[in-house]
Design a protein around this ligand. Structure first.
Ligand SMILES: Nc1ncnc2c1ncn2[C@@H]1O[C@H](COP(=O)(O)OP(=O)(O)OP(=O)(O)O)[C@@H](O)[C@H]1O
Ligand SMILES: [Mg+2]
Length: 642
């Protein structure tokens, strides 16, 4: 009865049925059809071959009956041998067909996984940053893995299983009725005995499965969150490891209990089935034997009926479970489509153009902006909240206007949370403005190609992210074709060459999760080296030197000064000493530009900038190299930024 076990096992494993009674829209089915279309030919071939297999399955019991009759009637030896040869031939054909159909279904199923996976990956990659700031990574990864596999099951296992099982069932039934309708009907009377509980058992299993899936997902997101370098650090500093372990163990124990429960439900059902079909078999032998003795039935017919009956129950059971299976596969499809249907808010126009050659000017023209509300950018199920926040985003920027001429440096200063990083993020189009426009060399960034924007702009972000990869790979991200010499050159300019040369693996040292194996300042200098390697025409530095001590800051300032030479730059800094040389300083407060001018002009104006500047230097220790000789009259230091 291995088929039942397989059917129920796959049923148990399809872990994502949300509601097996939910109706599915025609649109969903049409879309599934669209995904299946490229696999149409192998699918049709598969169905055809499955039908042939079903026919051979009926042939053998019939031939066996003939053998018995031949023996009974003392027929010629050659008849028996011929029949045996035929049975052997069918067995060989069946084996070959079995291999072929399995090959086909594996191809279709795995091909479908491939299509869905690449489609989801491509799509998610095109989603705006806003989406990723809301989504839980664990939940998203589970869509790419579990749901894609769940959707595939609809094709390779269920759909095909349904076709071949239905054909087998029908053929077997017809042949059995042909042999003896009375025995067939009696044998099948027992059917409802297990078809009725099948539904109940199916629902019971679906419920258990859903609960286990929820626990597994919760454990998964917890692990991805806690077992990252920053997460683990946080738990060590503030967490309560004992409670965390206890909660985790409680869930894990519940999953164990559900596993045991599921196994018992399954095995009870399968055992009951086996018993019922064994009883039906006894009935066939008893009744068939009775008829045979009375001469109204051949002994061969009795044997054929018995053999056919054993082949009847397997497809019946599989079909009984198919409904729930199909439903859970459809649920997986819907969950995948749900991700595919998310609109990538930021898209490239079909007629998008490139940034004009030569030095680039940057312009903000009356820009209003608010971070998009959750319902625009994400899915409740991926945020793991019941309902998405529909509140419109709070407006963060108000009428921001400024212009950086080619080669100029514009500095943004202001309190924390004022909106400086937000302004910076609008340039590479990580977000789009709500009103007004951001332009590069006079072209609205929304009219530019993504590739051209990437080439033109280089950005060092506030958190300086690195991939869990080698130093070399992290650098090459900026320019895949860079030579070894160019790599060392930028490292030298970022004052990192000494450190990296001293590492045993040099450039091939793995920086660890998010670069956690480097110090904050080293990480930052590496992101600066990456920027230097990219040689962008426009540079955005968001607190690029925040983590550096005064000595390395001066060194990196020189490097940056070189990098910024002839380039347009937007620089954000809390340390005002770093922005003195800017062509234009913008003071941002509450999302508005409240003051603008050069360092000296702003100091003379005695406004917010002068106030910020004084408070910064008054709080500094005497002897700090940043401290001006006289308050309000800063000493000039080397470097464009210094
Ligand atoms: N992804 C986001 N979604 C929603 N609101 C955000 C998001 N990022 C920032 N904000 C909000 O926007 C406002 C401006 O943030 P921003 O990061 O631009 O400040 P900042 O001037 O760079 O501050 P800091 O000097 O601390 O880096 C803040 O009120 C912040 O809470
Ligand atoms: Mg910031």
């Amino acid at each position: 009865m291995s088929m039942e076990v397989t059917a129920w096992h796959s049923l148990y494993q399809a872990t994502h049925a949300n509601d097996d009674r939910r109706p599915f829209s025609r649109a969903t089915l049409r879309r599934i059809g669209a995904f299946a279309r490229p696999h149409r030919r192998p699918l049709l071939l598969f169905i055809a071959l499955s039908t042939v297999v079903a026919v051979t399955a009926v042939a053998t019991p019939l031939l066996a009956g003939r053998v018995v009759n031949a023996i009974d009637r003392h027929a010629h030896q050659s008849t028996v041998l011929g029949l045996a040869g035929l049975i052997a031939a069918i067995a060989v054909a069946e084996a070959a067909l079995g291999l072929l159909t399995r090959r086909l279904s594996a191809n279709i199923g795995e091909g479908l996984i491939l299509d869905l996976r690449t489609a989801v990956f491509d799509h998610v990659q095109r989603m705006p940053v806003a989406f990723f700031t809301r989504t839980r990574t664990g939940a998203l990864v589970s869509r790419l893995n579990n749901d894609v596999i769940g959707a595939q099951r609809a094709f390779s296992d269920t759909l095909s299983g349904v076709v071949s099982n239905a054909v087998t069932l029908l053929l077997t039934f017809v042949v059995m009725v042909g042999i003896s309708w009375r025995i067939t009907l009696l044998a099948l009377v027992i059917l409802p005995v297990f078809l009725l509980p099948a539904r109940r058992v199916g629902r019971r299993l679906a419920g258990l499965r859903r609960e286990a899936a929820a626990h597994n997902a919760a454990m998964g997101t917890r692990m991805t969150e806690r077992f990252s370098a920053p997460g683990a650090t946080l738990v060590k500093l503030f967490g309560r490891p004992a409670e965390e372990s206890a909660e985790f163990a409680a869930r894990a124990r519940r999953v164990r209990d559900i596993g045991v429960r599921t196994a018992m439900v399954q095995v009870s059902f399968v055992t009951a089935l086996t018993l019922v079909s064994a009883l039906a078999l006894a009935l066939v032998y008893g009744l068939g034997g009775y008829y045979a003795l009375r001469g109204s039935l051949d002994p061969g017919a009795v044997v054929s009926l018995a053999l056919l009956l054993t082949r009847l129950y397997a497809p019946l059971t599989a079909l009984a479970g198919a409904r729930v299976e199909v439903m859970s596969a459809l649920v997986s499809f819907e969950r995948v489509f749900e991700v595919l249907d998310l609109k990538p808010l930021i898209t490239e126009k079909p007629d998008a153009r490139r940034v004009p050659d030569g030095p680039v000017s940057v312009e903000f023209d009356h820009v209003d902006f608010g971070y998009p509300s959750a319902d625009k950018v994400s899915l409740a199920s991926l945020e793991e909240v019941a309902q998405l926040d529909t509140r419109g985003g709070v407006q963060v920027l108000h009428q921001v206007s400024f212009r950086a001429e080619p080669g100029q440096m514009v500095a943004l200063v202001g309190s924390s949370g004022a909106g400086k990083s937000t302004i910076a993020q609008l340039l590479p189009r990580l977000y789009d403005t709500d009103a007004g426009a951001v332009r590069m060399s006079g072209v609205d960034v929304r009219d530019l190609t993504a590739a051209s924007l990437r080439e033109t702009l280089g950005m060092v972000t506030q958190d300086g992210h690195l991939f869990h990869d080698t130093i070399r790979a992290n650098l090459l991200l900026a320019r895949p074709g860079a030579t070894e010499d160019e790599l060392w050159e930028v490292l030298r300019r970022a004052r990192l060459d000494g450190l990296i040369a001293s590492l045993a693996d040099g450039l091939d040292t793995v920086v660890g999760e998010r670069g956690y194996r480097l110090s904050g300042g080293e990480r930052q200098r590496l992101t600066i080296a990456r920027l230097l390697l990219a040689r962008p025409r426009v540079v955005i530095l968001d607190e690029a030197t925040a983590h550096l001590d005064s000595t390395s800051e001066a060194a990196v300032q020189e490097a940056l000064a070189e990098a910024l030479d002839g380039r347009t730059a937007v620089v954000i800094a809390h340390r005002l000493s770093t922005v003195r040389a800017a062509d234009l300083i913008l003071v941002v407060e509450d999302g508005r530009i409240v003051e603008r001018g050069t360092h000296h002009a702003l100091l003379a104006a005695e406004g917010r900038y002068a106030e910020l500047y004084r408070t910064q230097f008054e709080t500094q220790e005497p002897g700090d190299p940043d401290e001006p000789d006289e308050p309000g009259e800063p000493r000039e230091t080397a470097g464009v930024l210094g």
